[in-house]
Design a protein around this ligand. Structure first.
Ligand code: AMP
Length: 187
């Protein structure tokens, strides 16, 4: 099963993705995690990505499309995966569709985590204190929210039109939300 987690920064994709990954026994792959590791290790990918990430901007598609190709071409993608943080643009969504088609697979469900901005900012502050991410500053976070609304939210319609979207209200306890996820997936 291929599942996309769609939603704003701080919307709960990572937390719910981990729970879902354990429940379904499917890998959760986060492009954000892969990029942060690349930055930490100083790889060419990390060097290209870092300044965009620090500013809260998307890493350009010409860099990300190659990463997506690598991820979906990997052995762990064979039985399906949980995609956290990608696709984030229409070009990325089209790339994912094309790569899955080559493997005779498809997107089964897109979970759209819906959370109001005020709550997202509150969560970001908690996470900043715990994790110390360089893009969890108030300025970068506002930028990431704006970038999400502008460049990623159009994917809500992209997948709704294809009959793949399930809305998951993202307010509540972790358990309440994971229950909604379970119902949205029909399992
Ligand atoms: P995340 O951990 O998903 O919030 O991602 C952190 C940052 O990594 C984002 O603000 C972007 O700068 C970059 N990033 C992660 N995934 C993508 C993607 N699919 N496309 C472009 N940039 C990405």
């Amino acid at each position: 099963m291929n599942i996309i987690l769609l939603g704003p920064p701080g919307g709960g994709k990572g937390t719910q993705g981990e729970i879902l990954s354990k429940r379904l026994g499917a890998p959760r792959v986060s492009t954000g995690d892969l990029l942060r590791a690349a930055v930490k290790n100083g790889t060419p990918l990390g060097q290209k990505a870092q300044s965009f990430m620090d500013q809260g901007l998307l890493v350009p598609d010409d860099v990300i499309l190659g990463l997506i190709e690598e991820v979906l071409g990997s052995e762990q993608a064979r039985a399906g995966m949980i995609m956290d943080g990608f696709p984030r643009t229409t070009a990325q969504a089209e790339k994912v569709d094309a790569l899955l088609k080559e493997r005779k697979m498809q997107i089964d469900k897109v979970l759209n985590f819906d959370v109001a901005d005020g709550e997202l900012v509150r969560r970001m502050k908690g996470r900043a204190a715990q994790e110390g991410r360089s893009d969890d500053t108030p300025e970068a976070f506002q930028k990431r929210l704006a970038v999400y609304r502008e460049q990623t939210a159009p994917l809500i319609d992209y997948y709704r039109k294809r009959g793949r979207l399930a809305d998951v209200p993202g307010i509540g306890t972790i358990e309440e939300i994971s229950d909604r996820v379970r119902k949205a997936l029909g399992k």
